[in-house]
Ligand binder design. Structure first.
Ligand SMILES: C[S@@+](CC[C@H](N)C(=O)[O-])C[C@H]1O[C@@H](n2cnc3c(N)ncnc32)[C@H](O)[C@@H]1O
Length: 305
């Protein structure tokens, strides 16, 4: 039986409808599956954001000014930071991620390829507060939060997280953040339900991760992947749907699911740019500059305190 049983998991499984936080997608296999998703033809966000950053690199560098430390939240493979650091040339990079082993491997690769860069890995759940190494100076920090990962939080939590990012930087610092914008529903839904079934595998993998974390007995094959756009809330929702009546047990508890009953595993909010810049202002970032692609699908926003 695992020693640490995060109580939020069993609480979430007991709710109606049941929920699992998307942070539990990311064990080693979940991180690898996410990387595979970024290469899918349907998954436009990564290639759109990467192209935007390449095309506007010079202009972005001018806006960012001198950056001493890039702090990437949810850094994953650190591939976007690698590109950013090549043109911003900070002295230090700090990657923060809940998927610690995957992050450490990525930071080792970064160190090998960019010997002048002091690259660090900080494992942890950023929603519990980001604790940086004590020798990272406050001056010249840029918080980098690409991939529209802010969309995985509901608007209240997202505002709280933006305020936390604001607290990580001084007046000379900034935030560079990727935002997925509202668009055609068919494009959105295909991005979260690809033909090859990689997103389905990513969604189901959370169950195997939970089995390790809380000692539950989920069987992935008993669950179907469901992804759709909720127009009213302006968000993609991902769920796992019981394909038969299922009883899931873990030490000290159980949850019965009727056939067709769902577990809500992820939201991905799509904010119009004006709504998002208003959130930035509420979080204490007052000057924002945005770059968008020609289709208006994605935005990279630079905000200053
Ligand atoms: C959607 S991926 C984005 C990865 C990369 N930044 C990109 O843009 O391609 C989200 C990343 O955030 C990490 N993550 C998710 N929830 C987290 C949390 N609560 N604390 C720290 N990292 C988290 C995941 O492990 C994953 O690497």
């Amino acid at each position: 039986m695992p020693l640490n049983r995060p109580s939020d998991i069993t609480e979430g499984l007991s709710q109606r409808p049941a929920r699992i936080s998307p942070k539990y997608f990311y064990d080693q296999r979940g991180s690898q599956l996410f990387e595979a998703i970024t290469r899918l033809p349907e998954y436009y966000p990564t290639r759109t954001e990467t192209a935007l950053m390449q095309r506007h690199a010079a202009d972005m560098a001018r806006h960012l000014g001198a950056v001493r430390t890039v702090i990437e939240l949810g850094a994953g493979s650190c591939e976007k930071a690698r590109a950013l650091c090549a043109w911003v040339r900070p002295a230090c990079f700090v990657g923060v991620d809940i998927s610690v082993d995957f992050l450490q491997e990525a930071v080792l690769r970064l160190r090998a390829d960019m010997p002048g860069l002091d690259a660090r890995a900080v494992g942890g759940d950023m929603t519990q507060g980001v604790v940086l190494p004590s020798d990272i100076p406050r001056a010249g920090r840029l918080v980098f939060y690409p991939g529209s990962s802010i969309g995985n939080f509901d608007p209240t939590q997202a505002l709280e997280l933006l305020r936390h990012m604001r607290a990580l930087v001084d007046g000379d610092g900034g935030l560079l953040i990727g935002i997925d914008l509202p668009k055609d529903v068919a494009v959105l839904e295909a991005a979260y339900d690809d033909a090859a079934g990689v997103t389905a595998a990513f969604n189901r993998n959370v169950l195997t991760h939970l089995n390790r974390l809380i000692g539950s007995d989920f069987v992935e094959d008993q669950w179907g992947h469901r992804a759709f756009f909720n127009q009213q809330a302006s968000r993609i929702e991902m769920h796992l749907e019981a394909l038969a009546p299922i009883c899931v047990r873990w030490p000290g508890g159980e949850r019965r699911f009727a056939m067709g009953e769902r577990i809500h595993t992820e939201n991905s909010y799509k904010y119009p740019l004006a709504v998002f810049t208003d959130m930035l202002a509420q979080a204490g970032f007052s000057h924002a500059q945005a770059w968008t692609d020609e289709r208006g699908w994605f935005a990279v926003v630079h905000a200053r305190p």
